[in-house]
Design a protein around this ligand. Structure first.
Ligand code: TMP
Length: 210
């Protein structure tokens, strides 16, 4: 088992992941805890190029399997080159999205076979499973209010019915693995949420140390 801790954040766009990740990092900084932050898709030079391809609004004719394979390619590069080495070095690794996004977006959202996605996710992550995953859940109305309509990327531009399926996907995933996944009501004040997340993070740390 690796020495570090892997924490991932998930949720539909506008769910408040970035705010919560920043809050967590702030707490880690205050305590001089060594961490590394990555984002998906991206996080490596190759991955950032793949990200550009994936989010480009001109790529509206991208097929679902092409999309799935590109997300997975970016993930494999990040897992092998950055996440596993950081975990082996004993760091807290925070990932802004990981394979649960693929299950929710490409599986529940696009309708690609969930068993196939499970196998591909295992390949792309070398079967690495996060210690804790926080899923920030907001209503679709709240999402629209937070995102606005300007400069949306290819995925954000998708119809509301797509985002509804993705949101339901995240909720379904959370029910399947209640030990790992913490479903958080993202409509509450950011400070309240960040305290809840911190309490969970503290408990993983003590479990791992024991
Ligand atoms: P971000 O806006 O959170 O950086 O994520 C980029 C977009 O990519 C977001 O709309 C969610 C989407 N996405 C997938 O569809 N599948 C995936 O596996 C990942 C990691 C992200």
């Amino acid at each position: 088992m690796n020495k570090g801790i892997l924490i991932t954040f998930e949720g539909i766009d506008g769910s408040g992941k970035t705010t919560q990740i920043n809050e967590l990092i702030h707490r880690l900084d205050q305590r001089n805890i060594d961490y590394q932050l990555f984002r998906e898709p991206g996080g490596t030079r190759i991955g950032e190029k793949i990200r550009d391809i994936l989010l480009d609004k001109d790529h509206s004719n991208m097929l679902p399997i092409t999309e799935l394979l590109l997300y997975s390619a970016s993930r494999y590069q990040l897992t092998m080159r950055s996440i596993i080495p950081a975990l082996n070095a004993g760091k807290v690794v925070i990932c802004d999205r990981f394979y649960d996004s693929t299950t929710a977006y490409q599986g529940y959202g696009r309708g690609i076979d969930l068993e196939f996605i499970k196998r591909l996710n295992a390949v792309a992550t070398k079967s690495l499973i996060p210690d804790k995953t926080f899923i920030l859940d907001i209503s679709l109305e709240e999402r629209l209010q937070r995102l606005g309509k300007i400069n949306l990327d290819r995925l954000e531009q998708e119809a509301i019915t797509f985002h509804k399926k993705v949101r339901e996907g995240f909720i379904a995933i959370a029910r399947e693995e209640p030990e790992r996944m913490i479903l958080i009501d993202g409509n509450r004040p950011a400070e309240e949420i960040s305290k809840e997340i911190w309490n969970h993070v503290k408990s993983i740390r003590s479990e791992k140390i024991e």
